[in-house]
Each structure stands twice: as structure tokens, then as C-alpha cells.
Design a protein around this ligand. Structure first.
Ligand SMILES: Nc1nc2c(ncn2[C@@H]2O[C@H](COP(=O)(O)OP(=O)(O)OP(=O)(O)O)[C@@H](O)[C@H]2O)c(=O)[nH]1
Length: 473
């Protein structure tokens, strides 16, 4: 081979080598880039879409588990169907077919999007929420999801919005509202403290304490534990004054309320989708009112909120939620009467994702826990929502005035939708504040919020210490 031929061969080999090296580098770069995009390093700071928001003193908000049950692609009708045959309206001769768990398309976006509303800057007014008298009407089962029945009520342009009233400070609410617990206070605090502070207790006095706690709805298990511990501690410590007795009773009751439970409301947004909360319960317990009050706290703290009116059985229920939305500065997604509640719930979340809001609160229709068809429907609402995003918190709203019956309700709801928190409403109207102990003891689910009145700011985070202080007066 000539020298020239050797040179040509060497040059060809060099070019081939360069091509191979460049190809390898490009290939590896591409791989690194993909990996980095899909799985950010564990220590990477989370994107804060809240404008630096920190949960205001009082209400404690957290982020729900990050795992999304299913990808946010348009869901396929593959989820299990509703198991029980729904009640049939008189006109229908045969049971309606089970609706496949399909979800409709999200309605076309509208121009106006909600903005942060500076509640602190607006003039206070005396507006009170629209009240809807709870009815005994049992809603009928829905038909299949119907896209055209879902509508979005965005926030009106700023100039057309009603003047928002000033929100009461969110911190220290339970202390401020302690007077509302006066009925429970005389039942638990005054009588038990009176007996304990009286010095040596005979068997009759211990029985009286036990009866008082039972009447205040602490339940047998908690009452027995509390009395046993009081007896031990009274024997071990010197309890000479009413102050000593108060300190002891406080300690025992607070311990029973399990102060270490996580009571944060999972309302902080995820990186790529809003927090989703489902509000459930039987008729008239205060679901809509609680949803409105909670939205008010969230908006006042700088959150953007979508309210989903998944009660499609009564137009008045959606109207009531819409009134709240207007008052607090949130957007509402609602369905016409007869729309599938699961479709409305799904569209609320879709809307929340599209708009990049922080929280979607879904208010569901009241339903009796004994109606299997309606409970199945609630399960379907949750499953359908989870095709879009995981549900972070399922809040069961219980009416404290109904006592033991609330527990029966709670058990059934818990089986169907796996409740993660309880809101105990109407504690202002009952002497049975002890139900808080029982609810937690029986369900193992924390009471997260308490309703202490009909006013817009009469919702407080549940804090065991402050609650027991209020009970003891
Ligand atoms: N006293 C008192 N009343 C409350 C409280 N929470 C709600 N209410 C009242 O209870 C009534 C029923 O409240 P709603 O919010 O409509 O109840 P709901 O569970 O949404 O009712 P349905 O949609 O019919 O199931 C209303 O008059 C509320 O003002 C509370 O904490 N204390």
C-alpha cells in the first residue's frame, strides 16, 4: 500500500472515531436529560405556587400524599360500576342501567379567572350566609354523566363583585369562641370539677362523675378510662384545691383527645395540581356551610379556590354554595339539577387543574348512611375524581347535637369513602361536647375542625388543649 493510501485510511478511521464519540455523547446526554426531567432529585426545593403562603396561626394546612392514583389523561370507563341498583323514579318502569364511570370533557374555559381577594382591605359588612333549610328530601340516583349539564360560574369581573366582608382573624378562634361551648361547659366542667375539688370522694361521688361524663356523650369506653385514671391520680397526688382538680382533669381529658394526631387540613396544593377535598355527610349537618367557611379561610390566606357543587339534586344547594363562592371570592362549578354528581366533581377538579388554583373543595349532597344506593354513588364520586387527581382529605361533617347516631353514620361513611378527618358542627347548640372524645376513639380519625355557630367565621380548628379549657371554663 502506498503512503497516500495509508494516510487516506488513517483519515477515514479518525472520522469514524469522531462520529462514534459524538454519537455516544449525544446519546448519553439525551438519557441524562430525560432522567433529570422525570425524577427531580429528592433534595430539590418544591415549587411554591402559593406566593410564599404559610398557614396562618390557627388553621393548620398541609399537603396530602403526593401519589396520584391515576394519570390525568381522559379517564376510561374501566372503574368498577356502582354496585347497588339505584331507586327508580315512578316514571321509569325498569331500573336505570348502572352508569359507567365515565367522565365528561371539561367545559370550555371562560375568560375571567379568580384572583386573590384582599379580604383585609375591604369594608366590613354584616352579610350573613344564605341559609337553606335542610330538607328531608331523599335525592334520586343520577343518570350517566352528562357533560352539557355542567357549568362553571367564574368569579365576576372585579368591578361587579360584591363587597367582601372582613374575615375574623383565624388564629385563636377556638379560644375566642369558647363561650359557645357553655352548654357543654356546665355539663362536663362545672359538675365534674365541683365534685373533684370537694376533696375525698366516696363511691357515690365517683358514680356521679361517671354519669355526668356519660350524659355529656363521652361514651362508655372513654368514661371508664377517664374515671379510672382520675381515681389513680387522685390517690397518688395531693389534690387539695379546685385548681389542683382542674389541672388534673385537664391533663386527663387532653390526653384522651390524643393531642398528637395530625389535624392539619390537607389543603396545600401539589406541584402539578390543586389539593382536592371532599366534604361528605348526611342531610343538614352543615356541609355547605362548612365548605363556605373553609373556603373563606383559604381565600383570606391568599389561596385560589374552586368550589364544586356536587349536590345536583337540589338547585337550592348549589345556589347556597354559589352564594358562599361569591362572598368569599371563589369560583364555583355546578351542575344543573339531575346532572351526575360525579361528573360535576370531576369537572371541578379539571377546572381547578386548568386554572392552576390551589384548592378544590367538593361539596356533596347530604345522604342518609342507610341508603345503600346513595352511599354507592358517593363512592363513585370519589373514584371518578381520582381519575383526575387524588383526593387529599375526605371530611365527614357530623352534627354534634345528634350524639350517638353520628357515630353510626360515621362508621358507614368511613367504609365507603375512607374519611380522613371529621368536622363536628353545631357544638354551640349542645351540652354533648363529649361526642368529640367518642368520635375519635371509635373511628380513629381526628376531629380537625369544629363548627360553633352559623356565622361565616364560626369555624375553628380543633385543638385539644383549648377545647378542654373551654369545657372546664
Ligand atoms: N348553630 C350552628 N348551626 C350550623 C353550624 N353549621 C351549620 N349550621 C346550620 O345548619 C343548617 C344546615 O347547614 P347546611 O350547610 O345547609 O347543611 P348541609 O349539610 O349542606 O345540608 P344538605 O345539603 O341539605 O345536606 C344551616 O342552617 C346552617 O346555618 C354550626 O356550627 N352551628
Amino acid at each position: 500500500m502506498t503512503t497516500g493510501a495509508w494516510i487516506a485510511l488513517a483519515a477515514a478511521l479518525a472520522v469514524l472515531l469522531v462520529v462514534l464519540v459524538v454519537g455516544l455523547v449525544l446519546y448519553r446526554r439525551r438519557r441524562i436529560s430525560l432522567t433529570a426531567t422525570e425524577k427531580p432529585s429528592a433534595g430539590a426545593p418544591e415549587i411554591d405556587r402559593s406566593g410564599g403562603y404559610q398557614a396562618g396561626g390557627g388553621f393548620n394546612f398541609s399537603q396530602g400524599p403526593t401519589a396520584t392514583a391515576e394519570p390525568p389523561a381522559p379517564p376510561a370507563p374501566s372503574a368498577p360500576p356502582v354496585s347497588a341498583a339505584p331507586p327508580v323514579p315512578p316514571a321509569a318502569p325498569t331500573p336505570a342501567p348502572e352508569a359507567p364511570e365515565e367522565v365528561p370533557e371539561t367545559p370550555a374555559p371562560v375568560e375571567e379567572t379568580p384572583t386573590e381577594v384582599p379580604l383585609a382591605d375591604v369594608a366590613p359588612t354584616d352579610v350573613t350566609p344564605t341559609e337553606v333549610t335542610p330538607t328531608e328530601v331523599t335525592p334520586t340516583e343520577p343518570t350517566a354523566p352528562t357533560t352539557e349539564l355542567v357549568e362553571v360560574e367564574p368569579l365576576a369581573p372585579e368591578s361587579d363583585r360584591p363587597v367582601l366582608d372582613e374575615i375574623a382573624p383565624t388564629s385563636g378562634r377556638l379560644e375566642r369562641l369558647r363561650g359557645r361551648l357553655s352548654r357543654s361547659q356546665s355539663a362536663i366542667g362545672k359538675s365534674v370539677l365541683g365534685l373533684l375539688g370537694g376533696g375525698d370522694l366516696d363511691e357515690d361521688s365517683w358514680e356521679e362523675i361517671e354519669d355526668t361524663l356519660l350524659i355529656a356523650d363521652l361514651g362508655t369506653a372513654t368514661t371508664t378510662k377517664v374515671v379510672e385514671r382520675l381515681r389513680q391520680e387522685m390517690a397518688a397526688r395531693s389534690v387539695r384545691s379546685e385548681a389542683d382538680a382542674r389541672a388534673l382533669l385537664r391533663e386527663v381529658l387532653v390526653d384522651e383527645l390524643k393531642p398528637d394526631l395530625d389535624r392539619s387540613v390537607r389543603a396545600l396544593p401539589h406541584d402539578d395540581h390543586p389539593a382536592v377535598l371532599l366534604v361528605v355527610g348526611v342531610n343538614g349537618t352543615g356541609k355547605t356551610t362548612t365548605t363556605g367557611k373553609l373556603a373563606r379561610v383559604l381565600v383570606a390566606d391568599g389561596r385560589r379556590v374552586v368550589l364544586g357543587a356536587a349536590d345536583t339534586f337540589r338547585a337550592a344547594a348549589a345556589d347556597q354554595l354559589q352564594t358562599w363562592a361569591e362572598r368569599v371570592g371563589a369560583e364555583v362549578v355546578r351542575g344543573k339539577e339531575g346532572a351526575d354528581p360525579a361528573a360535576v366533581a370531576f369537572d371541578s377538579v379539571a377546572r381547578g387543574i386548568d386554572e392552576g388554583v390551589d384548592v378544590v373543595l367538593i361539596d356533596t349532597a347530604g345522604r342518609l348512611h342507610t341508603k345503600t344506593g346513595l352511599m354507592d354513588e358517593l363512592g363513585k364520586v370519589k373514584r371518578v375524581v381520582e381519575k383526575k387527581a387524588s383526593v387529599d382529605d375526605v371530611l365527614l361533617v357530623l352534627d354534634a347535637t345528634i350524639g350517638q347516631n353520628g357515630l353510626a353514620q360515621a362508621r358507614v361513611f368511613s367504609e365507603v369513602v375512607d374519611i380522613t378527618g371529621v368536622v363536628l358542627t353545631k357544638l354551640d347548640g349542645t351540652a354533648k361536647g363529649g361526642i368529640v372524645f367518642q368520635v375519635q376513639h371509635e373511628l380513629g380519625v381526628p376531629v380537625k375542625l369544629v363548627g360553633l355557630g352559623e356565622g361565616a367565621d364560626d369555624l375553628a380548628p380543633f385543638e385539644p388543649g383549648a377545647f378542654v379549657d373551654a369545657l372546664l371554663g
